[in-house]
Write a protein that binds this ligand. Sequence first.
Ligand code: UD2
Length: 315
Amino acid sequence: MNYSFLKDRHILVTGGAGFIGHHLVKKIIKQKPAKLYIIDNLATGMLSNIEEFLALPEVEFINEDVAKPSAVESITDLDYIFHLAAVVSVPKSFEMPFLTHRTNESGFINMLELAKRLKVKKICYASSSAVYGEQNQMPIYETAQLNPQSPYGLSKLLNEQYAKAFYEWESISSMGFRFFNVFGPGQRANSPYSGVISIFLSRMQKGENIQIFGDGEQIRDFVFVGDVVQALLRGAQSEKTFGLYNVGSGQTTSLNELYDVLKNLTNYSKEPRYQEARKGDIKKSAADIELIKKELGYNPKFNLKEGLAKLIETA
Ligand code: UD2
């Protein structure tokens, strides 16, 4: 895919030292932007993810909280914002609803004000499948009735509503991407809030015990991080001025199936330990991805097995 529209542009990536953010940064740098600002407070992001770019003259790293207006004060010219900085964990959002609200809402409004001040072409931001909550109909279409079941899901729904309002009130162009379960190289495994694939893989590789919350029959759409980056860049490139899209692989896997696949890939032999289901845990989460395919030409390149192979190869 050719993203030469980014050449000589001024771009901001928030959360650029994070899991998805640093993959996006890598891709953007290749297009030779005039300037790439990266904002990250390193709460969960890691400087080591972007270290190789910090010395480049076009890169400016701002070690700030995205919710602070001072984080963006010095920026005077900007074409695109990729807004990924957020509290991203459902369980953490129950423990820290205020932090989640402040980071995710104030951070988003900070971006909207910045977009207005600098007449940005478009904001592409991370929403989440968490806006759907528990749904009866699978797969889930973008038109489903939204029913968030955690402070995190609620914060992402508010982002979407602000985006829509600012599109109408201020003509600020935006695209929200409802990420399903993103996985891939660079996802942290050492926190209870990490994604299940990184946790399972790291524990299996160390021969440690695995916990499955609930009966393991919950289903997820695991989408490879490279495909998520593709969705974000296609969104920015598109002539469309507003959108909300599911970003998934279009395929589902139960946790028990995931366990078996990873077990075989790593030659792990222990049985999982089943624990009580997590609060706010969704039973079924399956993305319909026809809209983003049709409107943005999105074309996921990795299924779960291919993505896992790539992940293990780089681990
Ligand atoms: C994902 C997203 C979250 C939000 C949410 C929307 C990730 C990391 N998080 O949360 O940001 O968009 O979807 O609903 O992608 N599990 C275990 N054992 C473990 C860890 C997890 O059984 O050691 C289970 C967990 O209870 C859940 C599933 O694995 O049923 C996936 O967990 P997750 O934390 O990777 O992602 P999820 O779906 O809670």
